[in-house]
Design a protein. Structure first.
Length: 306
């Protein structure tokens, strides 16, 4: 069975919050944040619905299809607008879609989880699936907590996946989860995001490397064959450590966290959209999509760009 990416779209709020602005209310500085995270600024505003609608519309326009051509909408989000109903049906209604729609929550691994879900939906008779990653993380940030306030931000990214019997862009997947690590990154009902940063760093590098190596092996390729790494945009040190252990030069990794911060399930499509816009991925080349998140979850996928 084959699946093709038919269009990508991204959306970010207009409001830019710089490190210098945060240093006015927090015991931090631009230098401290940049050196430890790689983040220089982030976008704040909107909602999972509003950002998801905008990214979804742009992906649909880029694909050349209309609302009636989509058979299913899968939304990856950690921050739905409400506990219930799910945000996906509201996005679908706003976009004029009349198809089935549902949310998927695998935290920062969510977009690759949603792609894997869409792949299964296409295997069972659907023709086209719209996959969106959208987050409104700033709503759940304690802005007096410098450990989390400097990291999280809002954004959305989307793509259209289409069944193709003659070829495929998706070469392999490796997904996993370990609920024993659930307390490392949490947000309770009515609370704020909290994280054990040191332990997350240690585990994140390990699971990213392991799942990426397995995904590449499943695709029958090695690190030298990867033209572009599209990692979850959590921390520049994690990206550097993971690419080094994989034997992939950092200049082959797309990095947008300096401009957008950590946008959870929106970060991989946001980075992929940037790579496409800059012409960094070409037909026939292999890209590695890889991420990790609360849960603890992880996911890697090898894509052969067409």
């Amino acid at each position: 069975m084959g699946v093709r990416f038919k269009g990508w779209g991204t959306a970010v709020p207009d409001r830019v919050v710089t490190n210098d602005e945060l240093s006015q209310t927090l015991d931090t500085s631009d230098q401290w944040i940049t050196e430890r995270t790689g983040i220089r600024e982030r976008r704040i505003g909107g909602s999972a619905k509003s950002l998801g609608v905008l990214a979804g519309r742009r992906a649909l326009a880029a694909s050349g299809y209309g609302p009636g051509d989509i058979d299913f909408l899968v939304l990856a989000t950690t921050t739905p607008d409400r506990l219930t109903p799910a945000t996906a049906p509201m996005i679908a209604a706003e976009m004029g879609l009349t198809c089935a729609a549902m949310d998927v929550n695998a935290a920062c691994s969510g977009f690759v989880y949603a792609i894997r879900t869409a792949y299964g939906l296409l295997e069972t008779g659907n023709r086209r699936v719209l996959v969106i990653g959208a987050e409104h993380l700033s709503r759940w940030v304690d802005w007096s907590d410098r450990n989390m306030a400097v990291l999280l931000a809002d954004a959305a990214g989307a793509t259209v996946l289409e069944y193709d019997p003659d070829g495929t862009d998706l070469m392999s997947f490796r997904l996993g989860a370990d609920g024993n690590a659930a307390d490392l990154l949490t947000c309770e009902h009515g609370g704020y995001f909290q994280m054990d940063g040191k332990e997350i760093f240690r585990r994140a590098v390990r699971v990213v490397v392991e799942s990426a190596e397995l995904a590449m092996a499943d695709a029958g390729i090695g690190a030298d064959d990867i033209a572009l790494v599209v990692p979850h945009q959590a921390n520049i040190r994690i990206i550097q450590a993971a690419t080094q252990r994989l034997g992939i030069d950092m200049d082959r990794a797309i990095v947008v966290l300096d401009r957008y911060g950590n946008t959870s399930s929106a970060s991989i499509p946001l980075a992929m959209g940037d790579a496409i816009e800059r012409g960094r991925v070409k037909s026939g080349e292999y890209a590695l999509l890889t991420g990790f998140g609360a849960g603890m979850t992880w996911a890697s996928a090898v894509v052969r760009w067409s």
